[in-house]
Design a protein around this ligand. Structure first.
Ligand SMILES: Cc1ncc(C[n+]2csc(CCOP(=O)(O)OP(=O)(O)O)c2C)c(N)n1
Ligand SMILES: [Mg+2]
Length: 328
């Protein structure tokens, strides 16, 4: 007897989402190891643990939709379709990387995919996405802009000003607060006066909703509603995704601010990949062996990306003066 699919995505789409989330997870787990070995230059902030939010939102987007990312941007890039090998080369600082090795982890961009860039400046995505959304509004093709920012960056003036501007101009923007409970080592409640970001959005006339950011389907449903609204000219809104981060703020963070047992609890009880896998297998439409096969294929891709990144040359001195200006 054929088992009924209880989900709003087809079997193929569900497998693709699982593959995407697994790719983000293994990309980050591998960076954690390689950074620890001293193989990677610069600074790295890992997105592991937060995959369901990137995947749940990006499932609704096309290349024409723009996203502004953060310093913790690898997951956004992968979910938006940026090439994994190009990303790995970029993080290794190599030629052939997404930005020819000149940007590194915090500046990966791919405009062909609508990925406007990771960003080392907290809150900088707000004004960027307002500009992109204003252009989209004039193009009138139903494109939207997504601005990702953390609970810490939510207190930046740029974010508050952007919410106001988006409201005034009725822009097709979704402000996504990725609330992982910390800004570096500062707990959210220590640095933010309101309990709910929905209340804060209301101060700018924006509707808002809070979801469990570790549940792909919860994010997917809530994001679908606000993105549809924006595409149809209904204006901006805010989506708060509550989530956990698996690693430290940056690679090398000793995480002394965490409670005893906190990290064990996060990995055991708030693993969004396991939550998704369990939902799929419990419904009887996808088997554990199908998921395991994807896990294995992802490991091959990650290994391949690291090999390519290590083999690629560094930019030369002559490359220093290219890519400075853009011709439109
Ligand atoms: C304008 C600005 N101020 C301060 C910093 C330093 N800084 C980098 S990440 C960070 C914390 C960010 O926390 P949050 O927005 O919650 O994002 P998360 O790291 O939790 O994903 C800070 C203070 C910065 N990069 N830019
Ligand atoms: Mg945070």
């Amino acid at each position: 007897m054929q088992v009924q699919n209880p989900f709003p995505l087809s079997r193929d789409e569900l497998l693709t989402v699982y593959r995407q989330m697994r790719t983000i997870r293994e990309f980050e787990e591998r960076l954690h190891i390689d950074f620890g070995r001293g193989d990677i230059p610069g600074f790295v902030h890992l997105y592991a643990g937060e995959e369901a939010t990137a995947a749940g939102i990006m499932h609704h987007l096309n290349d024409g939709d723009r996203i502004a990312s953060t310093h913790r941007g690898h997951g956004h890039c992968i979910a938006k379709g940026v090439d994994v090998v190009g990303m790995m080369k970029e993080i290794y600082g190599k030629k052939g990387g997404s930005c020819n090795g000149k940007g590194g982890s915090m500046h990966i961009a791919d405009l062909s995919r609508g990925m406007m860039g990771a960003n080392g400046i907290l809150g900088a995505g707000g004004p960027l996405i307002c500009g992109a959304a204003l252009a989209a509004k004039y193009r009138n093709k139903g494109e939207v802009g997504i601005c990702f920012f953390g609970d810490g960056a939510s207190n930046q003036g740029t974010i508050l000003e952007s919410m106001n501007l988006a409201g005034v101009w009725n822009l097709p923007v979704i402000f996504v607060v990725e609330n992982n409970g910390y800004a570096e080592s500062t707990s959210r409640d220590y640095g933010t006066a309101v309990d709910s970001y929905v209340d804060r959005a209301a101060g700018f006339g924006l509707p808002g909703v809070t979801v469990d950011g570790t549940d792909f389907f919860a994010v997917h449903e809530a994001a679908g509603a606000v993105i549809k609204r924006a595409r149809e000219g209904g204006g901006p809104s805010l989506l708060e995704c509550k989530m956990v981060r698996y690693f430290g703020h940056f690679e090398g963070d000793a995480q002394t601010y965490r409670a005893p047992g906190e990290l064990d609890d996060i990995r055991a009880n708030h693993n969004c990949l396991k939550i998704l896998g369990d939902q799929l297998t419990a419904a009887g439409i996808i088997s554990q062996s199908e998921l395991t096969k994807i896990d294995e294929e992802v490991m091959v891709l990650i290994e391949h990306s690291v090999k390519e990144a290590k083999a690629a040359p560094f930019p030369t001195l002559a490359d220093l003066t290219t890519d400075v200006y853009i011709n439109y």
